[in-house]
Design a protein around this ligand. Structure first.
Ligand code: NAD
Ligand code: MLT
Length: 529
């Protein structure tokens, strides 16, 4: 049994470590506090790595991780991982979303309240033995408008809590459905509307190109005078320079920050300002959240490495376990179809059209199409392509992929049809599942067949004449090659036909040439699936 190694390079709750250590298939090493150089050296021995926010997985560290299959982030944010490079290298990147949402939402609410009632400042003042009740006059949340930017897991939890405080709410999230907003009893609006109407603004988006400095000088100018801004998401969503200016002029009455453009923000002028309250990235720092994310990521990484399914991967479609069980036979069929097609076709693939019909259209087709692309590329890029990087490699090679769901009625309960266009010719195959798990190729280039896509296969295009099957059978028999199955298809009597033979072992080129000598055989190929 091959033991797979997992490196845990940031502090992880012991509940997560226990999961990884359960069973004997994974060996877990905890090495925290490694410098980038040290990490670059040690990472090459590991198939999996689990990190939090401290470890930075840059492109060059990822490149030196020759065995790495899975990166697991105990938490949400992946700004410390070069996901694009990992994808290129075919490494699955997964996070553990959800486990710390409640903690972060509660932290946001604490910030909202502390900011409104000057709690940190009042506490510090009292500890200096001052008794100043006037200075710390606060404001109520009740009846105020809270603008929420990003209505995902944390934004939604904040909304639920703010509602119970009697706050009015407006949210901006271009990817949130109206139904979800309705359910949360929150109004979805545009950013401008949110900026002009809100008394408090809290951000809960990822830090991406579109959200970097989403709140800057121009945006602050649109806001109500005396607005309060909270950032418990990622430093950089709010432009700290513009915020500082606005805090000094009083345009922004106060701000609460758990995250900073540079962490730790020790030299940040914001920390010197009275109406700024701050915490050192504590949103997810609760006992519960740390246990939750550690358990989630440990289970996910173990499952991914041990082939038990992939969840919460950010660079490939996630398939819940129950669904995976049902679509796995389609994934396997599609992969075989891609491989078969690639080995049959000549020229460079330029366009791929995959048409799904029958029962299969009820499933998420993305993983099935990815499997098909992987199967297609594998014969030409053995060992380089996997479910993570297959779509990217296809894109880099300029292969256009079209996915179609067809409602056409069929002779089969489900059908996957693949048409491929290369710089030389077009070709097509169709495959189906007999029963729940029995893959068959049923059409090749318009010829109906009934072939099991498995192991070694000989495919010939020939004239439909007597003696072909006998001839092939004799040559194979004489060379001790066992035939496991055979099917043939033709469009008309004595016309062009196809013969598909499953054999138990490979055949040499010489043997193929010998078979091809038979004058009715026009083309012959050995395929390995
Ligand atoms: P999520 O993916 O559930 O939600 C993010 C939301 O942002 C999504 O609904 C998405 O549609 C929306 N969004 C994306 N681009 C947007 C844009 N341009 N404008 C408006 N909305 C946009 O993520 P989440 O789990 O709710 O996490 C939110 C943020 O909180 C992330 O940045 C995460 O890293 C951070 N976080 C911080 C802490 C902490 O310790 N302070 C803890 C957990 C998460
Ligand atoms: C997250 O993204 O999950 C949080 O920022 C917490 C953390 O960094 O662990």
């Amino acid at each position: 049994m091959k033991i797979l190694k997992v490196l845990v390079s940031d502090a992880l709750s012991k509940k997560g470590l226990e999961i990884l250590k359960k069973g004997k298939k994974l060996k877990v090493d905890v090495k925290t506090g490694l410098s980038p150089q040290e990490l670059k050296k040690v990472i090459k021995d590991y198939q999996g790595i689990i990190i939090r926010s401290k470890t930075k997985l840059t492109a060059d560290i990822i490149d030196s991780a020759k065995l790495l299959k899975v990166i697991g982030r105990a938490g949400v944010g992946l700004d410390n991982v070069d996901v694009a490079q990992a994808t290129k290298r075919g490494i699955i990147v997964m996070n553990a979303p959800g486990g710390n949402s409640i903690s972060t939402a509660e932290h946001t609410m604490s910030m909202l309240l502390a900011l409104s009632r000057n709690i940190p400042q009042a506490n510090a003042s009292l500890k200096r033995h001052e008794w100043d009740r006037k200075k710390f006059m606060g404001v109520e949340l009740y009846g105020k408008t809270l603008g929420i930017i990003g209505l995902g897991r944390i934004g939604s939890e904040v909304a639920k809590r703010a509602l119970s405080f009697g706050m009015e709410m407006i949210a901006y999230d271009p990817y949130c459905s109206i139904e979800k907003a309705k359910e949360l009893r929150i109004k979805l609006g545009g950013l401008k509307e949110l900026f002009t109407q809100s008394d408090y603004i809290t951000v809960h988006t990822p830090l991406i190109k579109e959200t970097r400095h989403l709140i800057g000088e121009k945006e602050i100018k649109l806001m109500k005078k005396g607005v309060r801004i909270i950032n418990c998401a990622r430093g950089g969503i709010v432009d700290e320079k513009s915020l500082l200016k606005a805090l000094k002029t009083g345009r922004v009455a106060g701000t609460a920050m758990d995250v900073f453009e540079k962490e730790p923000p020790l030299n940040s002028p914001l920390l010197k300002i009275d109406n700024v309250i701050s915490t050192p990235h504590l949103g997810a720092s609760t006992e519960e959240a740390q246990v939750n994310v550690a358990i989630d990521i440990a289970k996910q990484v173990a499952d991914a490495l041990l082939g038990r399914g992939i969840r919460n991967a950010v660079n490939m479609p996630t398939i819940p376990k129950e669904i995976f069980k049902v679509i796995q036979p389609y994934i396997s069929l599609a992969e075989k179809m891609g491989s078969l097609q690639m080995q049959l076709i000549e020229g460079r693939p330029q366009r791929l059209k995959v048409t799904y019909s029958g029962e299969v259209i009820n499933f998420d087709l993305a993983p099935i199409t990815i499997a098909l692309i992987k199967g297609l590329l594998e014969p030409v890029l053995p060992g380089r392509v996997n479910y993570v990087n297959a779509p990217l490699i296809a894109k880099e090679r300029g292969i256009e992929i079209v996915e179609i769901k067809s409602s056409a009625s069929l002779d089969f309960s489900n059908l996957i049809s693949l048409e491929i266009e290369t710089d030389k010719r077009k070709s097509s195959i169709s495959g189906t599942l007999f029963g729940k798990n029995d893959p068959r190729i049923v059409v090749i280039d318009g010829y109906y067949v009934d072939a099991v896509p498995s192991g070694y296969m000989i495919i010939t295009f020939n004239e439909d004449r007597p003696g072909i099957i006998g001839r092939i059978g004799t040559v194979l028999g004489e060379n001790n090659i066992n035939i496991a199955g055979m099917t043939f298809g033709r469009r008309k009597k004595a016309g062009r036909a196809i013969t598909v033979i499953n054999i138990d072992s490979p055949v040499s080129d010489d043997l193929l040439k010998k078979i091809k000598k038979f004058k009715w055989i026009k083309e012959i190929k050995l395929l390995k699936l």
